[in-house]
Structures are given as structure tokens and as C-alpha cells.
Design a binder for this molecule. Structure first.
Ligand SMILES: Cc1cc2nc3c(=O)[nH]c(=O)nc-3n(C[C@H](O)[C@H](O)[C@H](O)COP(=O)(O)OP(=O)(O)OC[C@H]3O[C@@H](n4cnc5c(N)ncnc54)[C@H](O)[C@@H]3O)c2cc1C
Length: 430
């Protein structure tokens, strides 16, 4: 079993060539973090004819951006009804409408830039773990279908096998407008597009601190030297360190969590088709939910869920995910697992993404495990904010979120939260 992402095994170059040997001494814009957010922001800036440098402490894209499940949902964690209760109908509608706009924009971007990344809008089926979840989904469908671009419907348990060969769920919700892609191929395409537009990328360059040089310039201090920047964008999301001083402001407002993914051995087209007849993306309504899908070649199944491991997946994680897979598809109890890997996702307390400015530094983060659509979109939006262009700011542009109380960026409470969620899931399933 390989402990690296399935998505890294592709022919297209995934690794950025550092397109400048030494570190540049200055740039109009410096971006910290070379994932979807950072590269999308950099591309937006370069296309305005401005100089921009991306710094990444490792290999760009090897944070979450090429470790994800490739499900392109533009998902919002709080349901439409929960948002409506807390913030009012207008806000809830705008948030969900921006999700559609961001996803449509992703498809347009892939087509315009000729990024062949197996993007297929095959829809998503979310299985209800109990009858009350099914009823809540049915109410959500009504709300969503009032917002342009949504195409949701319910599938009762009696018709479930037309969606997925399982008896585990109490029926579920389909959202036809959602799909999936190959994140490795998408990242490779984004990288190529950004570099062709003039973005300079420095890998293996860790930003240690950001200080004021003059009222309109920042010094970005790295382990390879210092760059003078007109403006700085932080795009480190769930990989924001606790050690570097510049990261502390964000980290105290963001809770990282680990997600782990397994990919089965080759099952073959026929088997995958029998289990997932419409080749949709899939999820369930559990608090500790699983997300799963066929791989783009439709030969294997990928499944991911929350994990307590930090760096490498443990045997327990592999077994835990395999158990989840066989709960859904008992037929797969004997199948081998060829890949398993981990990555970090990040949440704000509202579980909504954020764009904000603090101390003349711009931030975009907190995609709550749904960054394949959001990170690229928010990268573009934060760049437009920093450039002072764009027709309309994102609905997520706001003052900095409040700092979490008793929190220094190390999520000591996560094991308790996970146990609580596991208990709630068990209680519901009785
Ligand atoms: C296992 C897993 C499954 C997921 N599945 C899905 C899915 O199916 N659908 C979906 O929509 N989303 C999914 N996501 C979420 C999605 O991948 C992320 O939201 C998205 O990739 C975030 O992109 P980013 O550019 O903001 O961050 P990242 O890609 O994480 O990039 C941050 C970068 O910052 C760099 N960095 C950090 N500190 C410094 C520093 N001091 N100096 C320089 N560089 C630094 C890191 O090296 C890293 O490359 C998943 C995530 C994971 C981990």
C-alpha cells in the first residue's frame, strides 16, 4: 500500500520549477502558500500586469490541494436552514448562490485554460443515516431549489439502489449540479497557467515573519532571505504553522483537523458501475461523515473521513476507513487497499470561509473541507480585494473573525469533539 496520494501518480508534471534561481528581492505582491488559494490569487494578480511571487515552505500543491477527494461541491457546512435561522434568509440565499457561482466559474476556468482534469458533473448523493435526517434533507431540498442553479431532489429508500448498491441509508438527497475532478491534474493545469502568466514560484521557502518596512511596504522574512512586498496575501489555510509569528493571527481563528483517504485496488469498471451506477460523488449525514466516489478512471473507489493521525496514517486509520467502506458495500470486505494518505482541513467557528484584511495583510481561509471549489474562488476574490478591482466582493469578505477563546492554534479539544460526534452518530443509529 502506498502512503502517498493516488493523485500524485500521473504523467503531467505536478512539481513547480522554481522560475528564478535566487530569491527575488522585491515584488508588488507576495503570496504565502502555493495551493489552490495562493496560485489562483497569484494568477489573478499576474493577469493585471503586476509582479507577484508565491512562496511555499514545501512543494506547492502538496498541502491539501493535491491530497483531497476531488469532490467539487462548493459545499457550505451549515445547511441553508441553519444559516437562515442565524443570519436571515437574504444572507443564506447569497451564500448558497455564491457556491453555485464559484462552481460554474471553476468549470469555465478549466474550459478556457484547457485544463484537462476529468471534471465531470455527475451529481452527488448524500445518504441519510436515519429517518429524521431524511426528513431534514427533504426540507433542505425545498429551500435549495428556490435558489438559481440548484437542482436537488430526494430519493426514497425504495429507489436507493438506482443511486447506490447499499441498504445502509434511509434514502438520500441528490444534487445534480455537483461533480468531481482529478485534483492532481487540476493543480498541474493551474500551475502551468500561473507560470505562463508570469507568476514566480519559490518552493522550499518558509516564511518566518512579516514586518512593516515602510507604511506601504512589508518585509517578508524567509529562511532563504527577505523580500520587500507592496502587499501580502496569506494562503496557508490548514497548514498555517503555530511557530511562525506571522501565522499566529490566522491560526488563532482557524481550527485544523486531519482527514484520511483510502483508495481500493483496481475493482474494474463493471464492479464500480454495479456499486455506483451513476458514478456520482457520495456522502452521508453522519457527524463524522464519510465522502466517497469512483476514481475518474472508474476503476477504483476512494473513501475519506476524519482521522486522529497527525503525519502518516496508522493501521487503525486504514482499518477504520475500510470498515466504513464495507458498511456501505459489504461486497468489498475482501478488497485490497492500494493507497492511504492524510491531509489537513480547516474550520472557522462559523464553519464558513473567510476573506479579511488585518494589519494591511490579506487572508483567505476556512473552507471546512470543501476547498476544491472555494479555495480557487476565494484566491481570486482575495486578490481582487488586494488589487482594489472586481465587480462585487465575496459574501465572505468581512472584518477578521473573533479569536477563539482559550486557543493558541493547537486544537487540544479535537479528540473530545470527535468522541462527542461519534457518540451522537451511535445514538442516532440505534
Ligand atoms: C484529505 C482531504 C480531503 C479533502 N477532500 C475534499 C473534497 O473532496 N472536496 C473539496 O472541495 N475539498 C476537499 N478538501 C479540502 C481542499 O483540499 C482544501 O480546502 C484546499 O486544497 C485548500 O487549498 P489552499 O491553497 O488554501 O491550502 P493548501 O493547498 O493546504 O496550501 C497551503 C500551503 O501553504 C504552505 N505554507 C504553510 N506555511 C507556510 C510558510 N510559513 N511559508 C510558506 N508556505 C507555507 C504549505 O506548504 C501549503 O502548500 C480535502 C482536504 C483534505 C486534506
Amino acid at each position: 500500500m502506498k502512503l502517498s496520494p493516488f493523485w500524485w501518480d500521473i504523467d503531467t508534471p505536478l512539481i513547480a520549477e522554481n522560475n528564478s534561481d535566487g530569491l527575488l528581492s522585491d515584488a508588488e505582491f507576495v503570496i504565502v502558500g502555493g495551493g489552490f488559494t495562493g496560485l489562483s490569487a497569484a494568477l489573478t494578480i499576474a493577469r493585471q500586469g503586476r509582479s507577484v511571487v508565491v512562496l511555499d515552505s514545501g512543494t506547492p500543491g502538496f498541502g491539501a490541494s493535491t491530497r483531497n477527494g476531488g469532490i467539487c461541491s462548493g459545499n457550505i457546512r451549515p445547511s441553508h436552514s441553519a444559516l437562515r435561522k442565524t443570519y436571515g434568509r437574504a444572507f443564506a440565499d447569497e451564500v448558497y448562490a455564491e457556491g453555485i457561482e464559484a462552481r460554474v466559474d471553476l468549470a469555465k476556468f478549466c474550459s478556457e485554460e484547457k485544463i484537462d482534469c476529468d471534471l465531470q458533473m455527475t451529481g452527488r448523493f448524500t445518504g441519510a443515516m436515519c429517518q429524521s435526517d431524511y426528513d431534514a434533507q427533504a426540507r433542505e431540498v425545498e429551500s435549495l431549489n428556490n435558489i438559481d442553479g440548484h437542482a436537488a431532489h430526494m430519493v426514497p429508500k425504495s429507489a436507493q439502489h438506482s443511486e447506490i448498491a447499499t441498504d445502509l441509508f434511509f434514502g438520500g438527497m441528490v444534487r445534480e449540479e455537483i461533480g468531481g475532478y482529478h485534483p492532481g491534474k487540476f493543480f498541474a493545469g493551474l500551475l502551468r497557467t500561473a507560470q505562463s502568466a508570469g507568476v514566480v514560484i519559490h518552493s522550499d521557502t518558509t516564511v518566518k515573519d512579516i514586518t512593516d518596512l515602510t507604511p506601504s511596504q512589508k518585509s517578508v522574512i524567509t529562511d532563504r532571505g527577505t523580500i520587500t512586498a507592496g502587499k501580502v496575501i496569506i494562503a496557508t489555510n490548514a497548514y498555517t504553522g503555530t511557530k511562525e509569528r506571522f501565522g499566529q493571527f490566522l491560526r488563532r481563528r482557524l481550527v485544523p483537523a486531519q482527514s484520511c483517504i483510502i483508495v481500493t485496488e483496481v475493482l474494474g469498471h463493471e464492479k464500480v458501475q454495479a456499486l455506483m451506477p451513476k458514478h456520482r460523488m457520495y456522502g452521508n449525514t453522519a457527524n463524522l461523515f464519510s465522502y466517497f466516489r469512483p476514481t475518474p478512471d472508474r476503476d477504483r473507489i476512494l473513501l475519506g473521513s476524519r482521522s486522529m493521525d497527525k503525519v502518516t496514517p496508522s493501521e487503525q486509520s486504514v482499518q477504520y476507513l475500510k470498515n466504513r467502506l464495507t458498511q456501505i458495500f459489504p461486497d468489498l470486505s475482501d478488497c485490497g487497499i492500494d493507497y492511504c494518505w492524510l491531509g489537513n482541513v480547516a474550520f472557522t467557528t462559523s464553519r464558513l470561509p473567510v476573506i479579511f484584511e488585518h494589519d494591511k495583510i490579506f487572508y483567505a481561509a476556512g473552507y471546512a473541507g470543501s476547498g476544491t471549489v472555494w479555495a480557487r474562488w476565494m484566491g481570486r476574490k482575495v486578490a481582487e480585494t488586494a488589487l482594489g478591482i472586481g465587480n462585487r466582493p465575496s459574501i465572505f469578505s468581512s472584518p477578521p473573525p473573533a479569536r477563539l477563546p482559550f486557543y493558541d492554534g493547537r486544537p487540544w479539544f479535537m479528540p473530545t469533539i470527535n468522541r462527542y460526534f461519534a457518540f451522537k452518530d451511535w445514538w442516532k443509529s440505534r
